[in-house]
Write a protein that binds this ligand. Structure first.
Ligand code: ADP
Length: 158
């Protein structure tokens, strides 16, 4: 049983995140999507809202579980017996930050490998922050996020 853990803020989950989860689910028996309780970015959605949207967006995806994590990610990975940490790479600009985190996580937990997956190119320009900005300005984001997120963005921003 090979488990991967996919952490993020998911503020909110986008079709790019969903694409990465699906790719990870092809590679691993079990994918634990875990939503960060503490994020340096001040989230627009509460933890419960972010978790609920991830759950709804991924309902029916086999081998996928959704949880939240607090504190050290590698500790949470160990608790879930994860062999790998999954992160998405959209562009070279993601690389430097991700490389630093991956090497620090390796230092903290050498037995857990970080695996980078690339989304379909149509999602490479998508980010949660861009979606939030568009939604605040009442743009239609239904092409970029799951239907439950469209609904929640409308509820939040009108
Ligand atoms: P974090 O705050 O941890 O960066 P995010 O929710 O923004 O959390 O992203 C979680 C992971 O998903 C990161 O590895 C990020 O690079 C990746 N990701 C974000 N948007 C996309 C996208 N459009 N396509 C693929 N991966 C993405």
């Amino acid at each position: 049983m090979r488990t991967a853990i996919y952490p993020g803020s998911f503020d909110p989950i986008t079709n790019g995140h969903v694409d990465i989860v699906k790719r990870a689910a092809h590679l691993f028996d079990r994918v634990v999507v875990t939503v960060a309780v503490n994020t340096t970015k001040r989230p627009v959605f509460t933890l419960d809202e972010r978790v609920a949207m991830v759950k709804e967006a991924l309902a029916g995806a086999t081998g996928v579980e959704v949880t939240a994590f607090e504190g050290l990610l590698v500790e949470s990975a160990r608790q879930h017996k994860a062999a790998a940490l999954v992160r998405g790479l959209r562009a070279v600009s993601d690389f430097e930050y991700e490389f630093q985190i991956a090497l620090m996580n390796r230092k903290l937990a050498g037995e857990i490998e970080t695996v980078f997956l690339m989304p379909s190119e149509k999602f490479t320009y998508l980010s949660s922050s861009l979606i939030r900005e568009l939604a605040q300005m009442k743009a239609d984001v239904s092409e970029f996020v799951p239907p439950c997120v469209v609904r929640e963005l409308r509820a939040k921003f009108g």
